[in-house]
Design a protein around this ligand. Structure first.
Ligand code: AGP
Length: 614
Protein backbone atom coordinates (compact mmCIF):
# COMPACT_ATOMS: atom_id res chain seq x y z
CA UNK A 1 0.00 0.00 0.00
CA UNK A 2 1.11 3.57 -0.52
CA UNK A 3 -0.27 6.77 0.96
CA UNK A 4 -1.48 9.61 -1.20
CA UNK A 5 -2.51 13.16 -0.16
CA UNK A 6 -3.58 16.11 -2.28
CA UNK A 7 -4.93 19.62 -1.71
CA UNK A 8 -6.25 22.51 -3.79
CA UNK A 9 -7.58 25.78 -2.36
CA UNK A 10 -6.64 29.03 -0.73
CA UNK A 11 -4.20 27.65 1.87
CA UNK A 12 -0.55 26.69 1.35
CA UNK A 13 -0.57 23.09 0.14
CA UNK A 14 2.89 22.05 1.38
CA UNK A 15 2.26 21.85 5.16
CA UNK A 16 -1.11 20.17 4.67
CA UNK A 17 0.36 17.52 2.39
CA UNK A 18 3.51 16.81 4.42
CA UNK A 19 1.53 16.50 7.65
CA UNK A 20 -0.93 14.24 5.87
CA UNK A 21 1.84 12.03 4.49
CA UNK A 22 3.22 11.54 8.00
CA UNK A 23 -0.23 10.35 9.06
CA UNK A 24 -0.11 7.80 6.22
CA UNK A 25 3.43 6.50 6.77
CA UNK A 26 1.97 3.36 8.35
CA UNK A 27 0.97 2.50 4.75
CA UNK A 28 4.55 2.56 3.54
CA UNK A 29 7.68 4.60 3.98
CA UNK A 30 10.17 3.58 1.28
CA UNK A 31 10.17 7.05 -0.24
CA UNK A 32 8.15 10.28 -0.29
CA UNK A 33 7.51 13.02 -2.81
CA UNK A 34 5.44 16.12 -3.52
CA UNK A 35 4.45 18.25 -6.52
CA UNK A 36 3.42 21.88 -5.86
CA UNK A 37 1.68 24.19 -8.29
CA UNK A 38 2.20 27.94 -8.07
CA UNK A 39 2.49 30.87 -10.48
CA UNK A 40 6.08 29.84 -11.26
CA UNK A 41 5.00 26.40 -12.44
CA UNK A 42 5.00 22.84 -11.11
CA UNK A 43 7.79 21.96 -8.65
CA UNK A 44 8.43 18.28 -7.94
CA UNK A 45 10.56 17.06 -5.03
CA UNK A 46 11.00 13.37 -4.17
CA UNK A 47 13.44 11.37 -2.03
CA UNK A 48 14.03 7.80 -0.90
CA UNK A 49 13.27 7.29 2.77
CA UNK A 50 10.70 8.67 5.16
CA UNK A 51 8.74 11.91 4.87
CA UNK A 52 11.28 13.58 7.16
CA UNK A 53 13.91 13.01 4.44
CA UNK A 54 11.66 14.87 2.01
CA UNK A 55 11.30 17.73 4.50
CA UNK A 56 15.07 17.98 4.87
CA UNK A 57 15.49 17.92 1.10
CA UNK A 58 12.95 20.70 0.54
CA UNK A 59 13.95 22.99 3.40
CA UNK A 60 15.56 25.52 1.05
CA UNK A 61 13.35 24.89 -1.99
CA UNK A 62 10.32 26.78 -3.37
CA UNK A 63 7.50 25.22 -1.36
CA UNK A 64 4.84 27.73 -2.28
CA UNK A 65 1.70 26.41 -3.91
CA UNK A 66 -2.09 26.55 -3.62
CA UNK A 67 -2.35 23.02 -5.05
CA UNK A 68 -0.27 19.94 -4.57
CA UNK A 69 -0.07 16.15 -4.56
CA UNK A 70 2.03 14.06 -2.19
CA UNK A 71 2.95 10.38 -1.88
CA UNK A 72 4.58 8.02 0.60
CA UNK A 73 5.61 4.82 -1.17
CA UNK A 74 5.39 1.10 -0.43
CA UNK A 75 7.39 -0.23 -3.37
CA UNK A 76 5.73 -2.81 -5.58
CA UNK A 77 7.49 -2.27 -8.92
CA UNK A 78 11.09 -1.10 -8.74
CA UNK A 79 13.24 -0.79 -5.63
CA UNK A 80 12.96 2.17 -3.26
CA UNK A 81 15.08 5.01 -4.66
CA UNK A 82 14.68 8.65 -5.73
CA UNK A 83 13.82 7.98 -9.36
CA UNK A 84 11.15 5.40 -8.55
CA UNK A 85 9.55 7.73 -6.00
CA UNK A 86 6.27 9.46 -6.78
CA UNK A 87 5.06 11.88 -8.15
CA UNK A 88 5.91 10.80 -11.68
CA UNK A 89 5.66 13.45 -14.41
CA UNK A 90 5.16 13.63 -18.16
CA UNK A 91 8.27 14.20 -20.26
CA UNK A 92 7.30 17.84 -20.81
CA UNK A 93 6.69 18.32 -17.10
CA UNK A 94 3.11 19.45 -17.65
CA UNK A 95 1.40 16.77 -15.57
CA UNK A 96 2.38 14.94 -12.40
CA UNK A 97 0.70 11.89 -10.90
CA UNK A 98 0.65 9.92 -7.65
CA UNK A 99 -0.62 6.35 -7.45
CA UNK A 100 -1.49 3.70 -4.89
CA UNK A 101 -2.05 0.27 -6.44
CA UNK A 102 -0.68 -2.10 -9.08
CA UNK A 103 -1.10 -1.76 -12.87
CA UNK A 104 -1.05 -5.38 -13.99
CA UNK A 105 -0.80 -4.71 -17.74
CA UNK A 106 1.83 -1.97 -17.42
CA UNK A 107 4.43 -3.93 -19.37
CA UNK A 108 2.32 -4.13 -22.54
CA UNK A 109 1.47 -0.42 -22.31
CA UNK A 110 5.13 0.41 -21.66
CA UNK A 111 6.21 -1.49 -24.77
CA UNK A 112 3.68 0.39 -26.89
CA UNK A 113 4.74 3.81 -25.53
CA UNK A 114 8.41 2.93 -25.92
CA UNK A 115 7.76 2.07 -29.56
CA UNK A 116 6.11 5.52 -29.84
CA UNK A 117 9.35 7.10 -28.67
CA UNK A 118 8.79 7.54 -24.95
CA UNK A 119 11.89 7.12 -22.78
CA UNK A 120 11.18 5.88 -19.26
CA UNK A 121 13.26 7.05 -16.33
CA UNK A 122 11.95 4.66 -13.66
CA UNK A 123 11.07 0.97 -13.18
CA UNK A 124 7.56 1.77 -12.03
CA UNK A 125 4.12 0.96 -13.39
CA UNK A 126 3.05 4.45 -12.28
CA UNK A 127 5.33 6.24 -14.72
CA UNK A 128 3.76 4.15 -17.49
CA UNK A 129 0.29 5.39 -16.51
CA UNK A 130 1.56 8.98 -16.41
CA UNK A 131 2.97 8.73 -19.94
CA UNK A 132 -0.19 7.01 -21.19
CA UNK A 133 -2.33 9.90 -19.93
CA UNK A 134 0.06 12.41 -21.49
CA UNK A 135 0.09 10.48 -24.79
CA UNK A 136 -3.71 10.49 -24.98
CA UNK A 137 -3.95 14.16 -23.96
CA UNK A 138 -1.56 15.18 -26.75
CA UNK A 139 -2.74 12.85 -29.52
CA UNK A 140 -6.45 13.23 -28.90
CA UNK A 141 -6.31 16.92 -27.90
CA UNK A 142 -8.52 16.30 -24.90
CA UNK A 143 -8.55 17.71 -21.37
CA UNK A 144 -6.47 16.15 -18.60
CA UNK A 145 -9.64 14.74 -17.03
CA UNK A 146 -10.74 13.14 -20.30
CA UNK A 147 -7.23 11.77 -20.91
CA UNK A 148 -7.30 10.24 -17.42
CA UNK A 149 -10.66 8.63 -18.13
CA UNK A 150 -9.59 7.20 -21.48
CA UNK A 151 -6.28 5.96 -20.08
CA UNK A 152 -7.93 4.18 -17.16
CA UNK A 153 -10.20 2.35 -19.58
CA UNK A 154 -7.04 0.66 -20.89
CA UNK A 155 -5.68 -0.21 -17.46
CA UNK A 156 -6.02 -3.60 -15.71
CA UNK A 157 -5.28 -3.55 -12.01
CA UNK A 158 -5.78 -1.44 -8.89
CA UNK A 159 -5.33 2.31 -8.60
CA UNK A 160 -6.02 5.40 -6.56
CA UNK A 161 -4.51 8.32 -8.43
CA UNK A 162 -4.43 12.12 -8.31
CA UNK A 163 -3.22 14.13 -11.31
CA UNK A 164 -2.09 17.78 -11.25
CA UNK A 165 -1.32 19.79 -14.37
CA UNK A 166 0.40 23.10 -15.16
CA UNK A 167 -1.83 23.62 -18.18
CA UNK A 168 -4.89 22.92 -16.03
CA UNK A 169 -4.01 24.99 -12.94
CA UNK A 170 -7.50 25.23 -11.41
CA UNK A 171 -8.17 21.57 -10.83
CA UNK A 172 -7.05 18.19 -9.59
CA UNK A 173 -8.26 14.97 -11.21
CA UNK A 174 -8.63 11.82 -9.10
CA UNK A 175 -9.77 8.26 -9.75
CA UNK A 176 -9.89 4.93 -7.92
CA UNK A 177 -10.36 1.24 -8.46
CA UNK A 178 -9.71 -1.32 -5.68
CA UNK A 179 -7.44 1.14 -3.81
CA UNK A 180 -9.13 3.55 -1.39
CA UNK A 181 -9.51 7.28 -1.99
CA UNK A 182 -11.33 9.73 0.26
CA UNK A 183 -12.30 13.25 -0.84
CA UNK A 184 -12.66 15.99 1.79
CA UNK A 185 -14.81 19.06 1.10
CA UNK A 186 -13.21 22.06 2.86
CA UNK A 187 -14.94 25.05 4.38
CA UNK A 188 -13.35 27.61 2.06
CA UNK A 189 -14.05 26.13 -1.37
CA UNK A 190 -11.01 23.92 -0.98
CA UNK A 191 -10.61 20.20 -1.42
CA UNK A 192 -8.56 17.42 0.12
CA UNK A 193 -7.86 13.93 -1.24
CA UNK A 194 -6.19 11.08 0.65
CA UNK A 195 -5.91 7.29 0.92
CA UNK A 196 -7.90 7.44 4.12
CA UNK A 197 -9.46 10.18 6.21
CA UNK A 198 -6.54 10.69 8.62
CA UNK A 199 -4.93 13.59 6.63
CA UNK A 200 -8.34 15.22 6.17
CA UNK A 201 -10.16 14.93 9.50
CA UNK A 202 -8.58 18.00 11.15
CA UNK A 203 -9.73 20.27 8.28
CA UNK A 204 -13.18 18.96 7.50
CA UNK A 205 -15.59 16.22 8.52
CA UNK A 206 -17.43 16.31 5.18
CA UNK A 207 -16.08 13.48 3.07
CA UNK A 208 -16.93 11.48 -0.02
CA UNK A 209 -15.63 7.91 -0.09
CA UNK A 210 -14.99 7.43 -3.81
CA UNK A 211 -16.34 4.25 -5.37
CA UNK A 212 -14.56 1.94 -7.82
CA UNK A 213 -14.15 3.32 -11.35
CA UNK A 214 -15.16 6.83 -10.32
CA UNK A 215 -13.34 9.94 -11.50
CA UNK A 216 -13.44 13.14 -9.45
CA UNK A 217 -12.64 16.60 -10.79
CA UNK A 218 -12.16 19.23 -8.08
CA UNK A 219 -12.07 22.70 -9.64
CA UNK A 220 -11.54 26.03 -7.86
CA UNK A 221 -14.28 27.58 -10.02
CA UNK A 222 -16.58 24.64 -10.78
CA UNK A 223 -16.32 22.78 -7.45
CA UNK A 224 -16.61 18.98 -7.25
CA UNK A 225 -17.81 16.87 -10.18
CA UNK A 226 -17.99 13.07 -10.07
CA UNK A 227 -18.15 10.78 -13.12
CA UNK A 228 -18.12 7.06 -13.82
CA UNK A 229 -15.34 5.76 -16.02
CA UNK A 230 -18.00 5.60 -18.76
CA UNK A 231 -18.43 9.35 -18.43
CA UNK A 232 -21.79 9.30 -16.67
CA UNK A 233 -22.08 12.14 -14.11
CA UNK A 234 -22.81 10.97 -10.56
CA UNK A 235 -24.10 12.74 -7.48
CA UNK A 236 -21.47 12.76 -4.71
CA UNK A 237 -22.63 11.05 -1.49
CA UNK A 238 -21.27 13.36 1.22
CA UNK A 239 -20.84 11.76 4.67
CA UNK A 240 -19.99 13.19 8.08
CA UNK A 241 -16.76 11.74 9.53
CA UNK A 242 -17.29 10.30 13.03
CA UNK A 243 -14.03 8.51 13.81
CA UNK A 244 -11.25 10.31 15.66
CA UNK A 245 -7.76 10.51 14.19
CA UNK A 246 -6.19 7.73 16.26
CA UNK A 247 -8.90 5.27 15.26
CA UNK A 248 -8.69 6.32 11.62
CA UNK A 249 -5.03 5.33 11.24
CA UNK A 250 -6.08 1.83 12.15
CA UNK A 251 -8.94 1.97 9.69
CA UNK A 252 -11.39 2.03 12.56
CA UNK A 253 -9.94 -1.12 14.15
CA UNK A 254 -8.67 -1.08 17.73
CA UNK A 255 -5.26 -2.47 16.74
CA UNK A 256 -3.15 -2.77 13.60
CA UNK A 257 -3.14 -6.55 14.11
CA UNK A 258 -6.94 -6.74 13.90
CA UNK A 259 -6.91 -4.46 10.87
CA UNK A 260 -4.32 -6.68 9.18
CA UNK A 261 -6.29 -9.84 10.02
CA UNK A 262 -9.29 -8.27 8.31
CA UNK A 263 -7.20 -7.11 5.35
CA UNK A 264 -6.52 -10.72 4.34
CA UNK A 265 -9.27 -11.04 1.71
CA UNK A 266 -7.61 -8.07 -0.04
CA UNK A 267 -3.99 -9.03 0.65
CA UNK A 268 -4.47 -12.60 -0.61
CA UNK A 269 -6.18 -11.21 -3.71
CA UNK A 270 -3.36 -8.68 -4.22
CA UNK A 271 -0.89 -11.54 -3.81
CA UNK A 272 -2.34 -13.57 -6.68
CA UNK A 273 -3.45 -10.54 -8.73
CA UNK A 274 -2.05 -10.92 -12.25
CA UNK A 275 -0.50 -14.27 -11.29
CA UNK A 276 -3.38 -16.70 -11.86
CA UNK A 277 -6.41 -17.05 -14.08
CA UNK A 278 -8.66 -19.99 -13.29
CA UNK A 279 -10.89 -19.42 -16.31
CA UNK A 280 -7.99 -19.53 -18.75
CA UNK A 281 -6.08 -22.05 -16.65
CA UNK A 282 -2.74 -20.38 -16.02
CA UNK A 283 -0.42 -19.51 -13.17
CA UNK A 284 2.41 -17.09 -13.81
CA UNK A 285 5.03 -15.98 -11.29
CA UNK A 286 7.09 -13.61 -13.40
CA UNK A 287 9.77 -13.18 -10.76
CA UNK A 288 10.88 -16.83 -10.87
CA UNK A 289 9.95 -17.65 -14.47
CA UNK A 290 13.61 -18.05 -15.46
CA UNK A 291 14.25 -20.48 -12.61
CA UNK A 292 11.22 -22.75 -12.84
CA UNK A 293 12.95 -25.26 -15.10
CA UNK A 294 15.86 -25.47 -12.67
CA UNK A 295 13.42 -25.87 -9.76
CA UNK A 296 11.67 -28.78 -11.45
CA UNK A 297 15.04 -30.48 -11.97
CA UNK A 298 16.55 -29.68 -8.55
CA UNK A 299 17.37 -32.70 -6.42
CA UNK A 300 16.00 -30.74 -3.48
CA UNK A 301 14.69 -27.35 -2.49
CA UNK A 302 15.70 -25.99 0.90
CA UNK A 303 13.41 -23.42 2.51
CA UNK A 304 14.99 -21.26 5.21
CA UNK A 305 13.14 -18.87 7.49
CA UNK A 306 12.35 -17.93 11.08
CA UNK A 307 9.17 -17.82 13.15
CA UNK A 308 5.94 -17.50 11.26
CA UNK A 309 7.78 -17.53 7.94
CA UNK A 310 9.26 -20.92 8.90
CA UNK A 311 5.70 -22.18 9.43
CA UNK A 312 4.82 -20.96 5.93
CA UNK A 313 7.81 -22.94 4.65
CA UNK A 314 6.47 -26.08 6.33
CA UNK A 315 3.16 -25.60 4.51
CA UNK A 316 5.22 -25.15 1.34
CA UNK A 317 6.91 -28.50 1.94
CA UNK A 318 3.55 -30.30 1.89
CA UNK A 319 2.50 -28.40 -1.24
CA UNK A 320 5.72 -28.85 -3.23
CA UNK A 321 6.10 -32.54 -2.36
CA UNK A 322 2.48 -33.55 -2.84
CA UNK A 323 1.69 -31.47 -5.93
CA UNK A 324 5.05 -31.08 -7.71
CA UNK A 325 6.82 -34.18 -6.30
CA UNK A 326 9.91 -32.13 -5.45
CA UNK A 327 11.94 -33.00 -2.37
CA UNK A 328 11.81 -30.12 0.11
CA UNK A 329 13.67 -29.52 3.38
CA UNK A 330 12.56 -26.71 5.68
CA UNK A 331 15.23 -25.31 7.96
CA UNK A 332 15.33 -22.82 10.81
CA UNK A 333 17.73 -20.27 9.33
CA UNK A 334 19.51 -19.86 12.68
CA UNK A 335 20.31 -23.61 12.82
CA UNK A 336 21.06 -23.98 9.13
CA UNK A 337 23.73 -21.28 9.13
CA UNK A 338 25.75 -22.86 11.92
CA UNK A 339 25.52 -26.59 11.36
CA UNK A 340 27.89 -26.71 8.41
CA UNK A 341 25.16 -27.89 6.04
CA UNK A 342 25.86 -29.83 2.85
CA UNK A 343 24.96 -27.43 0.02
CA UNK A 344 25.96 -27.61 -3.64
CA UNK A 345 25.20 -25.89 -6.94
CA UNK A 346 22.31 -28.27 -7.66
CA UNK A 347 20.47 -27.01 -4.62
CA UNK A 348 17.81 -24.32 -4.69
CA UNK A 349 17.43 -22.34 -1.47
CA UNK A 350 14.27 -20.27 -0.93
CA UNK A 351 14.34 -17.66 1.85
CA UNK A 352 10.93 -16.71 3.23
CA UNK A 353 10.79 -13.42 5.10
CA UNK A 354 8.14 -10.72 5.59
CA UNK A 355 10.65 -8.00 6.41
CA UNK A 356 13.42 -9.29 4.17
CA UNK A 357 15.81 -8.14 6.91
CA UNK A 358 15.91 -11.02 9.43
CA UNK A 359 19.57 -11.46 10.29
CA UNK A 360 19.57 -15.25 10.61
CA UNK A 361 17.72 -15.72 7.34
CA UNK A 362 20.00 -13.27 5.54
CA UNK A 363 23.11 -14.99 6.89
CA UNK A 364 21.84 -18.45 5.97
CA UNK A 365 21.10 -17.20 2.48
CA UNK A 366 24.59 -15.74 2.12
CA UNK A 367 26.05 -19.09 3.22
CA UNK A 368 23.99 -20.91 0.57
CA UNK A 369 25.07 -18.38 -2.06
CA UNK A 370 28.74 -18.82 -1.13
CA UNK A 371 28.39 -22.57 -1.75
CA UNK A 372 26.96 -22.07 -5.21
CA UNK A 373 23.28 -22.76 -4.57
CA UNK A 374 20.60 -20.92 -6.52
CA UNK A 375 18.94 -18.55 -4.02
CA UNK A 376 15.37 -17.31 -4.33
CA UNK A 377 13.27 -15.12 -2.05
CA UNK A 378 9.66 -14.71 -0.93
CA UNK A 379 9.52 -11.28 0.73
CA UNK A 380 6.94 -8.64 1.51
CA UNK A 381 9.21 -5.62 1.50
CA UNK A 382 10.35 -4.62 -1.98
CA UNK A 383 14.04 -3.75 -2.13
CA UNK A 384 14.75 -5.38 1.25
CA UNK A 385 18.17 -6.91 1.88
CA UNK A 386 17.03 -10.48 1.21
CA UNK A 387 15.19 -9.48 -1.98
CA UNK A 388 18.33 -7.70 -3.16
CA UNK A 389 20.80 -10.60 -2.72
CA UNK A 390 18.60 -13.34 -4.18
CA UNK A 391 18.88 -14.40 -7.83
CA UNK A 392 15.10 -14.00 -8.16
CA UNK A 393 11.92 -14.20 -6.15
CA UNK A 394 8.26 -13.32 -5.68
CA UNK A 395 6.93 -10.51 -3.57
CA UNK A 396 3.87 -11.23 -1.44
CA UNK A 397 2.29 -7.76 -2.00
CA UNK A 398 0.57 -7.92 1.39
CA UNK A 399 1.24 -4.26 2.10
CA UNK A 400 2.98 -3.01 5.23
CA UNK A 401 2.45 -5.28 8.24
CA UNK A 402 2.65 -3.04 11.31
CA UNK A 403 1.50 -5.47 13.99
CA UNK A 404 4.51 -7.38 15.35
CA UNK A 405 2.55 -10.62 15.21
CA UNK A 406 2.52 -11.67 11.58
CA UNK A 407 -0.91 -12.44 10.11
CA UNK A 408 -1.56 -11.26 6.54
CA UNK A 409 2.10 -11.84 5.65
CA UNK A 410 1.73 -15.51 6.60
CA UNK A 411 -1.30 -16.13 4.40
CA UNK A 412 0.38 -14.19 1.59
CA UNK A 413 3.52 -16.33 1.91
CA UNK A 414 1.40 -19.49 1.79
CA UNK A 415 -0.40 -18.09 -1.27
CA UNK A 416 2.89 -17.53 -3.11
CA UNK A 417 4.09 -21.02 -2.15
CA UNK A 418 0.81 -22.46 -3.43
CA UNK A 419 1.22 -20.63 -6.73
CA UNK A 420 4.82 -21.87 -7.01
CA UNK A 421 3.81 -25.48 -6.27
CA UNK A 422 0.99 -25.35 -8.83
CA UNK A 423 3.22 -23.79 -11.46
CA UNK A 424 5.93 -26.42 -10.96
CA UNK A 425 3.37 -29.24 -10.87
CA UNK A 426 1.93 -28.01 -14.16
CA UNK A 427 5.38 -27.94 -15.79
CA UNK A 428 6.22 -31.42 -14.48
CA UNK A 429 2.78 -32.80 -15.28
CA UNK A 430 2.51 -34.22 -11.77
CA UNK A 431 -1.13 -33.12 -11.50
CA UNK A 432 -3.73 -33.51 -14.23
CA UNK A 433 -5.47 -30.59 -15.93
CA UNK A 434 -8.72 -31.13 -14.03
CA UNK A 435 -6.99 -31.03 -10.64
CA UNK A 436 -4.97 -28.00 -11.76
CA UNK A 437 -8.04 -26.06 -12.90
CA UNK A 438 -9.99 -27.03 -9.80
CA UNK A 439 -7.23 -25.77 -7.53
CA UNK A 440 -6.99 -22.49 -9.43
CA UNK A 441 -10.72 -21.94 -9.03
CA UNK A 442 -10.55 -22.85 -5.36
CA UNK A 443 -7.61 -20.47 -4.87
CA UNK A 444 -9.51 -17.63 -6.54
CA UNK A 445 -12.40 -18.30 -4.14
CA UNK A 446 -10.21 -18.13 -1.03
CA UNK A 447 -10.55 -14.35 -0.39
CA UNK A 448 -14.33 -14.55 -0.11
CA UNK A 449 -14.07 -17.70 2.05
CA UNK A 450 -11.67 -15.86 4.34
CA UNK A 451 -14.26 -13.09 4.56
CA UNK A 452 -16.93 -15.63 5.58
CA UNK A 453 -14.71 -16.68 8.49
CA UNK A 454 -13.94 -13.07 9.46
CA UNK A 455 -17.69 -12.50 9.61
CA UNK A 456 -17.73 -14.97 12.55
CA UNK A 457 -15.52 -12.66 14.58
CA UNK A 458 -18.10 -12.12 17.34
CA UNK A 459 -18.70 -15.87 17.78
CA UNK A 460 -14.96 -16.44 17.97
CA UNK A 461 -14.65 -13.64 20.51
CA UNK A 462 -17.18 -15.42 22.75
CA UNK A 463 -15.11 -18.62 22.63
CA UNK A 464 -11.95 -16.62 23.36
CA UNK A 465 -13.49 -15.28 26.55
CA UNK A 466 -13.68 -18.79 28.01
CA UNK A 467 -9.93 -19.39 27.60
CA UNK A 468 -8.41 -16.00 28.37
CA UNK A 469 -7.39 -17.30 31.81
CA UNK A 470 -5.58 -20.41 30.58
CA UNK A 471 -1.94 -20.91 31.53
CA UNK A 472 -1.17 -23.39 28.78
CA UNK A 473 -2.63 -24.45 25.46
CA UNK A 474 -2.07 -27.20 22.93
CA UNK A 475 -2.58 -26.91 19.17
CA UNK A 476 -2.94 -30.03 17.03
CA UNK A 477 -3.14 -30.65 13.31
CA UNK A 478 -2.23 -33.23 10.68
CA UNK A 479 -0.75 -32.85 7.23
CA UNK A 480 -0.45 -29.25 6.06
CA UNK A 481 -2.56 -28.24 9.08
CA UNK A 482 0.28 -29.25 11.39
CA UNK A 483 2.22 -26.05 10.50
CA UNK A 484 -1.04 -24.16 11.06
CA UNK A 485 -1.14 -25.63 14.57
CA UNK A 486 2.40 -24.38 15.12
CA UNK A 487 1.43 -20.95 13.80
CA UNK A 488 -1.66 -20.81 16.00
CA UNK A 489 0.44 -21.63 19.05
CA UNK A 490 3.00 -18.96 18.14
CA UNK A 491 0.27 -16.34 17.74
CA UNK A 492 -1.17 -17.12 21.17
CA UNK A 493 2.11 -17.16 23.04
CA UNK A 494 3.64 -14.07 21.43
CA UNK A 495 0.71 -11.72 22.07
CA UNK A 496 -1.07 -13.16 25.16
CA UNK A 497 2.00 -14.66 26.88
CA UNK A 498 0.11 -17.93 27.48
CA UNK A 499 2.45 -20.89 26.99
CA UNK A 500 1.28 -22.75 23.89
CA UNK A 501 2.65 -25.64 21.87
CA UNK A 502 1.80 -26.93 18.42
CA UNK A 503 2.08 -30.64 17.66
CA UNK A 504 1.26 -33.12 14.94
CA UNK A 505 -1.99 -34.58 16.29
CA UNK A 506 -0.65 -38.13 16.18
CA UNK A 507 2.33 -37.09 18.31
CA UNK A 508 0.10 -36.30 21.27
CA UNK A 509 0.20 -39.87 22.56
CA UNK A 510 4.02 -39.72 22.59
CA UNK A 511 4.12 -37.32 25.52
CA UNK A 512 1.96 -34.19 25.36
CA UNK A 513 -1.15 -36.16 26.32
CA UNK A 514 0.28 -36.20 29.86
CA UNK A 515 -0.39 -32.46 29.97
CA UNK A 516 -4.10 -32.74 29.32
CA UNK A 517 -6.59 -32.01 32.06
CA UNK A 518 -9.68 -29.83 32.44
CA UNK A 519 -7.51 -26.67 32.58
CA UNK A 520 -5.91 -27.32 29.21
CA UNK A 521 -7.61 -25.87 26.10
CA UNK A 522 -6.74 -27.97 23.04
CA UNK A 523 -7.23 -26.35 19.63
CA UNK A 524 -7.55 -28.94 16.86
CA UNK A 525 -7.78 -28.38 13.14
CA UNK A 526 -10.14 -31.22 12.18
CA UNK A 527 -11.30 -30.29 8.70
CA UNK A 528 -12.61 -32.85 6.20
CA UNK A 529 -9.92 -34.78 4.36
CA UNK A 530 -7.87 -38.00 4.47
CA UNK A 531 -6.92 -37.55 8.16
CA UNK A 532 -10.39 -36.69 9.44
CA UNK A 533 -11.20 -40.01 11.12
CA UNK A 534 -7.81 -40.09 12.82
CA UNK A 535 -8.36 -36.57 14.09
CA UNK A 536 -11.71 -37.60 15.52
CA UNK A 537 -9.85 -40.30 17.46
CA UNK A 538 -7.34 -37.73 18.71
CA UNK A 539 -10.23 -35.52 19.81
CA UNK A 540 -11.80 -38.40 21.70
CA UNK A 541 -8.44 -39.04 23.43
CA UNK A 542 -8.47 -35.40 24.60
CA UNK A 543 -12.06 -35.56 25.79
CA UNK A 544 -11.39 -38.82 27.64
CA UNK A 545 -8.92 -36.83 29.74
CA UNK A 546 -11.31 -33.91 30.30
CA UNK A 547 -9.38 -31.57 28.03
CA UNK A 548 -11.29 -28.55 26.71
CA UNK A 549 -11.61 -29.03 22.96
CA UNK A 550 -11.95 -26.18 20.44
CA UNK A 551 -12.12 -27.62 16.94
CA UNK A 552 -11.90 -25.97 13.55
CA UNK A 553 -14.08 -28.02 11.23
CA UNK A 554 -15.46 -27.93 7.72
CA UNK A 555 -18.97 -26.53 7.36
CA UNK A 556 -21.45 -29.39 7.56
CA UNK A 557 -19.36 -31.39 10.00
CA UNK A 558 -21.45 -33.46 12.44
CA UNK A 559 -19.12 -35.90 14.20
CA UNK A 560 -16.80 -33.36 15.80
CA UNK A 561 -19.72 -31.08 16.66
CA UNK A 562 -20.96 -33.91 18.90
CA UNK A 563 -17.69 -34.18 20.81
CA UNK A 564 -15.97 -30.78 20.97
CA UNK A 565 -16.69 -28.08 23.55
CA UNK A 566 -16.62 -25.48 20.79
CA UNK A 567 -16.45 -25.70 17.01
CA UNK A 568 -15.63 -23.05 14.45
CA UNK A 569 -16.89 -23.92 10.99
CA UNK A 570 -14.83 -22.89 7.96
CA UNK A 571 -15.88 -23.22 4.30
CA UNK A 572 -14.89 -26.35 2.42
CA UNK A 573 -11.95 -26.07 0.03
CA UNK A 574 -9.27 -28.22 -1.56
CA UNK A 575 -7.24 -29.94 1.20
CA UNK A 576 -4.07 -28.13 0.02
CA UNK A 577 -5.70 -24.74 0.63
CA UNK A 578 -7.00 -25.45 4.13
CA UNK A 579 -4.03 -23.66 5.78
CA UNK A 580 -5.19 -20.39 4.21
CA UNK A 581 -8.57 -20.76 5.93
CA UNK A 582 -7.80 -22.64 9.16
CA UNK A 583 -5.28 -19.98 10.18
CA UNK A 584 -7.90 -17.22 10.34
CA UNK A 585 -9.88 -18.42 13.40
CA UNK A 586 -6.61 -19.05 15.27
CA UNK A 587 -5.47 -15.50 14.54
CA UNK A 588 -8.76 -14.10 15.86
CA UNK A 589 -8.77 -16.38 18.94
CA UNK A 590 -5.26 -15.24 19.87
CA UNK A 591 -6.08 -11.61 19.22
CA UNK A 592 -9.20 -11.56 21.42
CA UNK A 593 -7.57 -13.53 24.23
CA UNK A 594 -4.63 -11.10 24.24
CA UNK A 595 -6.94 -8.05 24.30
CA UNK A 596 -8.94 -9.58 27.18
CA UNK A 597 -5.65 -10.04 29.03
CA UNK A 598 -4.82 -6.36 28.45
CA UNK A 599 -1.69 -7.25 26.52
CA UNK A 600 -0.03 -4.85 24.10
CA UNK A 601 -1.24 -6.64 20.99
CA UNK A 602 0.59 -4.57 18.37
CA UNK A 603 3.87 -4.40 20.27
CA UNK A 604 4.13 -7.44 22.57
CA UNK A 605 6.80 -7.34 25.27
CA UNK A 606 10.35 -8.39 24.30
CA UNK A 607 9.49 -8.60 20.57
CA UNK A 608 10.45 -6.58 17.49
CA UNK A 609 8.82 -6.56 14.10
CA UNK A 610 12.04 -7.35 12.33
CA UNK A 611 14.84 -9.21 14.13
CA UNK A 612 17.85 -7.70 12.40
CA UNK A 613 20.27 -8.99 15.06
CA UNK A 614 21.28 -12.58 15.86
C1 AGP B 1 5.66 -13.84 13.85
O1 AGP B 1 4.40 -13.40 14.33
C2 AGP B 1 6.81 -13.07 14.48
N1 AGP B 1 6.65 -11.68 14.30
C3 AGP B 1 8.16 -13.61 14.06
O2 AGP B 1 8.19 -14.98 14.35
C4 AGP B 1 8.53 -13.42 12.58
O3 AGP B 1 7.74 -14.28 11.78
C5 AGP B 1 10.01 -13.80 12.41
O4 AGP B 1 10.78 -12.91 13.18
C6 AGP B 1 10.47 -13.77 10.96
O5 AGP B 1 10.35 -12.47 10.46
P1 AGP B 1 10.49 -12.25 8.88
O6 AGP B 1 9.35 -12.97 8.24
O7 AGP B 1 10.41 -10.77 8.69
O8 AGP B 1 11.81 -12.81 8.44
Amino acid sequence: MCGIVAYIGKKEAYPIIVKGLKRLEYRGYDSAGIALLNNNGLNIYKKQGKVSNLEDFTHDKDKMGYAGIGHTRWATHGPPNDVNSHPHSSEDGDIALIHNGIIENYDAIKQRLTNNGYKFKSDTDTEVLTYLIDDIKKNSSVSVAEAVRLALQQVVGAYAIVVISKSNPNQLVAARKSSPLVLGIGKENDFYLASDATPIVEYTKKVVYMEDEEIAIVDLDEGLKLYSIDDVEKTPYVQELELQLEALEKGGYEHFMLKEIHEQPRSIKDCFRGRLNAEKGWVSLGGIKDYEDKMTKANRIIMIACGTSWHAGLVGEYLFEDLARINVEVEYASEFRYRNPIINENDIVIAISQSGETADTLAALELAKSKGATILGICNVVGSSISRITDAGSYTHAGPEIGVASTKAFTAQVTVLTLMALSLAKIKGTINETKFRTMLSELEAIPQKVQQILDKNEDIKIISEKYQGASNALYLGRGSSFPVALEGALKLKEISYIHAEGYPAAEMKHGPIALIDEAMPVFVIATSGPSYEKLVSNIQEVKARKGKLIAIVTEGDEQVHEIADHTIDIPDTDEHLVPLLATIPLQLLSYHIAVMRNCNVDQPRNLAKSVTVE
